[in-house]
Design a protein around this ligand. Structure first.
Ligand code: ACO
Length: 431
């Protein structure tokens, strides 16, 4: 990050403080306030981090106004069209597009790490069958540090790399196992002759009683969902991973923290919430009622799968997924599915409604990923685990970048305290 020739001046009462500014390679300049408390004795206050950059990063860039998402400079629509998930994983982790030899080696490494320690199956069996797969994933990924403690030394670059490969490779196996466990079917082992997405589909949908053929269109759509969710700069779960890892915690614990954060309905849980909303709407004729509720200031209801903190134009991932959704729906011939009919009609109604147009509330990636996953036959409870497995490479790349930074400091925000000031303890009989 280059120093900017500009500076910012902060005036507090009679005193002025000159604050250095920095220029990024893209995006707005930042005012460096890291020494502000030392010089002026004040904190800045920014709940929700709406105006605060929390780190320096070279991985992902978003221009929310233009609706642009770049990974290491490459636009997401080109990556979704021309690349595939494991190549994007390499790009995010190492910073450049691999040669064919490097890619083959990387794919082989990931493929050969997809099995999980056999004893992890016992760990799964400790959960209730009706547990949410995200609850299982949070626990099992956290437990990986107990199974793979030979890759938990964050100060050893080789161990960091092995942990990265293990997490990318094993996450689909863990997500599929969580699913199989909740429906009472046997776990399906990964197969090394299948690509990443096909392997995941097979581990979810195959049963020992019959052969399972992976449909290449579904596998391509699955790979696209993985690719489009791979990273999204400093969102809530990624910031959680960074904050957790700033203490030196092991990578498996940090990714488990990211999974826990992602589960929330305002973040990764939105795709499940969106499908549940479509189910609640039920039929096309009830759409106006729900649109009216979404606009009513006195009703907390929001249209799930619409709006984004950063994108205020279009979500470029949603544009790509909309195409995939059309392909998948046509292939599966599910046009008569009432839920998908509600989704299509709702999309058109909201896109033409002045409230949504004026507030720049467009369908986000969760809206279309939910539709595709529903059509593929995934239960809604699996939507967020699929997001989590896709985002693992983003979390891991951000974690790796942060740990390798010699300027790493433990994250420790300050607060605007509004509680009681000093007072004396009151004995229980006098209260
Ligand atoms: N339905 C109806 N109104 C909405 C919606 C929505 N989905 N989203 C925002 N608005 C309205 C708000 O009421 C607010 O109106 P006001 O200005 O009159 O008060 C205005 O639009 C701005 O909304 P904010 O909540 O201030 O925007 P913010 O950037 O904080 O929120 C968020 C973004 C959380 C994504 C929000 O749009 C939302 O709740 N959407 C539904 C949940 C969702 O789909 N989340 C997925 C995000 S994408 C992801 O995680 C991959």
């Amino acid at each position: 990050m280059a120093d900017s020739p500009k500076t910012a001046t902060l005036t507090i009462g009679e005193n002025s403080y000159e604050l250095p500014m920095k220029s990024p390679s893209a995006g707005p300049d930042v005012v460096d306030i890291s020494k502000l408390y030392g010089s002026a004795g004040v904190f800045t206050h920014d709940p929700g981090f709406t105006s605060t950059s929390s780190c320096e990063s070279t991985i992902t860039y978003i221009d929310g106004v233009k609706g642009e998402l770049l990974h290491r400079g490459y636009p997401i629509d080109q990556l979704a069209e021309k690349s595939h998930y494991l190549e994007v994983c390499f790009l995010l982790l190492y910073g450049y597009l691999p040669s064919s030899v490097e890619l083959e080696k990387f794919e082989t490494t990931i493929t050969h790490h997809t099995m999980v320690h056999e004893q992890m199956g016992n760990f799964f069996r400790g959960f209730r069958r009706d547990a949410h797969p995200m609850a299982i994933m949070t626990g099992v990924v956290g437990a990986m540090s107990a199974f793979y403690h030979d890759s938990t030394d964050v100060n050893d670059p080789r161990q960091r790399e092995i942990a990265s490969h293990r997490l990318i490779a094993k996450m689909p196996t863990i997500a599929a196992m969580a699913y199989k466990y909740t429906i009472g079917q046997p776990f399906v082992y990964p197969r090394n002759d299948l690509d990443y997405a096909s392997n995941f589909l097979r581990m979810c949908f195959a049963v020992p009683a019959e052969d399972y053929e992976v449909n290449p269109i579904l596998s391509r759509a699955m790979d696209r969902i993985f690719t489009l969710h791979a990273d999204h700069e400093q969102n809530a779960s990624t910031s959680t991973v960074r904050l957790a890892s700033s203490s030196g915690a092991n990578p498996f614990a940090c990714i488990a923290a990211g999974i826990a954060c992602l589960w929330g309905p305002a973040h990764g849980g939105a795709n499940q919430a969106c499908l549940e909303m479509l189910r609640e709407i039920g039929t096309v004729d009830r759409i106006p009622e729900f649109i009216a509720r979404a606009k009513d200031k006195n009703d907390p209801f929001r249209l799930m799968g619409f709006g984004h903190r950063v994108y205020k134009n279009t979500d470029p991932r949603a544009t790509v997924l909309k195409k995939s959704a059309d392909e998948v729906l046509e292939l599966l011939g599910v046009d008569d599915n009432p839920l998908l009919q509600v989704a299509k009609e709702l999309e058109q109604t909201a896109l033409n409604d002045p409230y949504f147009v004026e507030k720049k509330l467009f369908p986000n990636v969760d809206f279309y990923s939910g539709i595709i996953l529903e059509a593929m036959g995934f239960p809604t409870s699996m939507f967020t685990p699929i997001f989590a497995l896709s985002r693992t490479v983003g979390w891991i790349s951000q974690w790796k970048e942060m740990i390798s930074d010699p300027a790493l400091k433990i994250g420790r925000p300050r607060q605007l305290y509004t509680g009681e000031t000093l007072r004396d303890y009151v004995e229980i009989e006098n209260r």
